[in-house]
Structure formats: C-alpha cells, structure tokens
Ligand binder design. Structure first.
Ligand SMILES: NC(=O)c1ccc[n+]([C@@H]2O[C@H](COP(=O)([O-])OP(=O)(O)OC[C@H]3O[C@@H](n4cnc5c(N)ncnc54)[C@H](OP(=O)(O)O)[C@@H]3O)[C@@H](O)[C@H]2O)c1
Length: 265
C-alpha cells in the first residue's frame, strides 16, 4: 500500500458484488480491506488484487467491534465503508425457519448498523469520506415469497436514508445502492437466467460493481441498477394496495424478478 492510497473497507467481499466491487475499487487506486467469514475465499481475492483481509461475522456486534479496532490500529483513517454483506431468506414469513429469519435481519440490516458504528471514528478521521449501503429493489416493493429478506432490506433502506441526513453535518456522504437481479452465489437468479426472454434483466457482479464505482466517483446519493427498476419502488410508494393486490393475484415477479423467493433475491 502506498502512502497516498485511501482505504476502503468492504463487508461481504468473499464473493459476488462485494468481491467484484473490491476489484473495481482497487483498479481505481483504493487499498481494500475485505471482510467476510470464509478465509479461503478472501485470501484468494486479496492475493489477486493486493488487498488485506479480516475474518468477521457482521451479524455479531462484538465481532465487528473487534475487527474494526484491529483495522483502525493499522489504518486510522478510512475513506470508504461498503456495507454489502447479505444473505437470502430462503423462504417466506411462513416457510422460512425462525433461525433464518433472525439471521437475515442480523446480517442484512443490523450488520450494516454495527459496521457503521464501529468504523465511524475511522471515517471521521478520513474525511471527506463515504459510506455505501448495498440494499435492494426488494427494499422498495412487495415480495411475498421472500418476505423476511424484503423486510430486512426495507429496514436497511430506512437506515441508509436516515444515516445520510445524520452524517451530512459530519462531512461523511452516504450512497444507497438498490440493485435488481444480479447472478451471484447467494442469489443465483436461476429462474430468470433459465428463461431466455428474461435473461437480459440479470446483471453480472462485475457490471454492477463498475456502475457502483462510477456512482461513488460521481458523488451520487441513491441509485437503482438497472435504472428502469425504479418503477418497482415508485409504483409501490404511490399505489401500495394495488401493487400488493396484483402481486397476490398474479405472479408478475416471476417474470420481472421483483425478488420472489430467497434464492432469486
Ligand atoms: N444478487 C442479487 O440479485 C442482489 C440484488 C439486490 C441486492 N443484493 C445484495 O447485495 C449484497 C451482496 O450479495 P451478493 O448477491 O453478492 O451475494 P453473495 O455472492 O452470496 O455474497 C454475499 C457476501 O456476504 C457475505 N456474508 C454473508 N453473511 C455474512 C456475515 N454474517 N458476516 C460477514 N459476511 C457475510 C458472504 O461471505 P461469507 O459467506 O464468506 O461470510 C459473501 O461475501 C447483499 O446485501 C444482497 O442482499 C443482491
């Protein structure tokens, strides 16, 4: 790491969007610290892009606190924190196990809260600095088959928007990213990929990572990728009863992949 390089901490960087974003940020000159639970995967990615790793379960406030203390000892000033770690619910409010429902909330929502609080002193020392929260289109609309996941993303979206107002006076920016379907290990999007007419709606992690890196560089505050999927959040905000009725009656999500089950986001 050179003395001029700024430090980016990325949670959930052992695969998918987090790993791809680490690559995009490294190519743009960031020194990345990669957080996740799987050491082997982190080591492999870190070796490829010249990053550091920390094994950390973001669903544990204590683990995040210990990890942040270790990182901040070596890197007192942090330029960017990316809250990306996330898991699917693998079911609805009726079919998912109670343990899974808890873990989804602990990881997708509380993991972002604990990481922000733990790394905040570093972000303050690194000002002008920024936080990126990888939320989801599922945080903006009705997703009956993946209700627990969608609820965790609604909570994370509220966190991200409130945080933007709270951190602005401190000189720390917040970017909320709401991706549509992206094919990854946790969210393979098999149903969409297998349907030739819908395959085009699914992004690759590398493609969305480049879009996120550009949004960071441009100082954006909230983005939806692909852009046309903003319609999901807009229509739900304006006509919640109608959208709920349509989703309950039909099966539009199977085509449009407003995430329908735990696997498909
Ligand atoms: N793919 C999509 O269609 C899509 C759409 C909208 C939003 N998103 C969001 O994008 C983010 C990244 O997901 P992805 O699609 O890239 O899935 P992915 O490839 O499965 O990656 C998830 C990452 O989160 C990490 N993770 C999970 N639980 C963790 C925990 N308790 N502590 C630390 N790290 C943890 C995983 O690493 P370890 O298992 O090694 O810990 C992995 O690196 C998630 O927040 C997801 O909700 C995805």
């Amino acid at each position: 790491m050179s003395s001029e390089q700024r430090v980016a901490v990325i949670t959930g960087a052992s695969s998918g969007i987090g790993a791809a974003l680490a690559g995009s940020l490294s190519r743009r000159g960031w020194h990345c610290v990669l957080l996740a639970r799987r050491a082997d995967r982190l080591n492999q990615i870190a070796a490829e892009i010249g990053a550091e790793i920390e094994i950390c379960d973001v669903s544990s406030a204590a683990a995040v606190s210990e990890t942040a203390a270790r990182v901040l000892e070596h890197h007192p000033a942090i330029g960017l924190l990316v809250n990306n770690a996330g898991i699917p619910s693998h079911g609805s409010f009726l079919s998912a196990s109670p343990e899974r429902i808890e873990q989804v909330i602990r990881t997708n929502y509380l993991g972002s809260v604990w990481s922000l609080r733990a790394f905040l002193p570093g972000l303050e020392r690194g000002r002008p600095s920024g936080v990126v929260n990888i939320v989801s289109v599922a945080g903006t609309t009705v997703v009956p088959d993946a209700g627990p996941y969608s609820a965790s993303k609604h909570a994370q979206l509220a966190f991200s928007r409130a945080l933007r107002a709270e951190l602005k006076p401190l000189g720390i920016s917040v970017l909320t990213v709401n991706p549509g379907p992206v094919t990854t290990e946790g969210f393979p999007q098999t149903r969409l990929i297998n349907k030739r007419s819908m395959r085009w709606t699914v992004l690759t992690p590398e493609r969305i990572a480049e879009k996120i890196a550009r949004a960071i560089a441009r100082g954006k505050s909230e983005v939806v990728f692909p852009r046309w999927m903003r319609i999901a959040g807009i229509s739900t905000a304006l006509f919640p009863s109608t959208v709920t009725r349509v989703v309950a009656r039909g099966d539009p999500g199977r085509d449009v992949e407003l995430p329908k089950d735990g696997e498909g986001e």
